[in-house]
Design a protein around this ligand. Structure first.
Ligand SMILES: Cc1cc2nc3c(=O)[nH]c(=O)nc-3n(C[C@H](O)[C@H](O)[C@H](O)COP(=O)(O)OP(=O)(O)OC[C@H]3O[C@@H](n4cnc5c(N)ncnc54)[C@H](O)[C@@H]3O)c2cc1C
Length: 305
């Protein structure tokens, strides 16, 4: 990322919301379930599978968590009704983890059971570090009763190599990503190359341990290493998939699909788009250009009027 891009990325929180919405619309399927279904249909036609994330507001009460649960049940019903290839991705804070672990476990079990009866997989996203331990424990326990659940490990976390051993013992599927939250150096690697090296190390261990891995990255250097490991370790097709975010590097996506790899696209939708959008914009290496084009386009548009 260039200096200007980095400066703009750091100032994303002060960019006016309408601009954030316009330039981040590529990362979000829309406000409604219908828009998400239409995006998943397009992806399926392009040879990709999907996982749907309902962008929810912060969960401050039992009723908020219950409403998130119902939203996900509606998603599962709609996927069935339209015959689409997609699972769902949930966040445990959305299901009430901040309110009570017991409540969260009960909500998660309900959605996992509901999805399982309909042949759908539930991926539990990994949030910031205060939730790591509880999230992994909950997924491990739930996996003892339901096969259609998996977790996420973040390559920037120093603890992840130990978590890999736990995952191998428990035998649940993992999405491996670099990690998006701003964690302190005491618990997370901060150096770009070290995170990359750790990603390769963790992926190697997971694949050797027979874990089904969702290789979630747009970093072509890591994708090359993943392809190398798949080749060298003779990993069968049913033990891995690639995963990418909606709106990011569609060219690389079609290269992987064209080469015959399973590829899942993360499809967020919902009215609560702001936090997700700002996280994506901060990662976008061309953010300064997008912001400038949007602002200039708006000004010239107004001058013409
Ligand atoms: C399917 C999926 C699920 C994820 N789930 C989680 C999760 O549960 N918890 C979590 O902490 N993190 C999650 N992440 C985010 C992840 O941790 C990284 O922050 C994110 O994927 C960027 O890292 P990268 O590996 O793509 O490498 P980067 O080095 O960030 O990106 C590599 C290249 O990809 C392109 N690129 C990346 N992001 C953008 C963007 N926004 N716009 C345009 N181009 C871009 C650029 O060309 C960049 O040079 C998920 C990522 C994916 C793909």
């Amino acid at each position: 990322m260039g200096i200007l891009d980095r400066a703009i990325a750091n100032s994303v929180p002060v960019i006016p919301r309408p601009i954030v919405k316009r330039i981040s619309s590529r990362y979000i399927a829309g406000d409604t379930l219908d828009e998400a279904l239409s995006t998943v249909r397009d992806l399926n036609e392009q040879g990709c599978v999907a996982t749907i994330d309902v962008l929810g507001e912060s969960t401050e009460s039992k009723a908020d968590a219950a409403s998130t649960l119902k939203d996900y049940e509606r998603v599962v019903d709609a996927l069935d009704e339209h015959g689409l290839k997609s699972g769902i991705s949930v966040k445990l804070t959305g299901l009430g983890l901040d309110l009570s672990e017991e409540l969260c476990r009960a909500n998660l079990e309900e959605i996992v059971e509901y999805a399982g009866e309909r042949g759908r997989f539930v991926r539990v996203d990994m949030e910031d570090s205060p939730y790591t331990e509880a999230t992994l424990n909950i997924v491990r326990d739930m996996h003892e009763r339901h096969e259609n659940i998996g977790a996420v490990l973040q390559a920037y976390m120093r603890r992840s190599i130990e978590d890999v051993q736990r995952v191998i013992e428990a035998g649940f599927s993992v999405r491996l990503c670099k990690g998006i939250y701003d964690e302190p150096r005491s618990i997370a690697y901060k150096d770009f190359d070290t995170v990359r090296q750790n990603y390769i190390f963790l992926l190697d261990e997971l694949l050797k341990g027979g874990v089904y891995v969702g290789i979630a990255t747009h970093d072509e250097f890591l994708i090359w290493h993943a392809l190398r490991l798949i080749h060298q370790l003779e990993v069968p097709e049913d033990r891995y998939e690639f995963q990418m975010l909606l709106g990011v590097d569609e060219e690389l996506r079609s290269i992987l699909v064209g080469a015959g790899h399973k590829l899942r696209v993360y499809v967020p939708f919902g009215e609560d788009w702001y936090e997700y959008s700002t996280r994506r914009l901060k990662e976008n290496p061309k953010i300064a250009g997008y912001v400038a084009r949007d602002v200039i386009g708006n000004i010239t548009g107004k001058l013409k009027r």
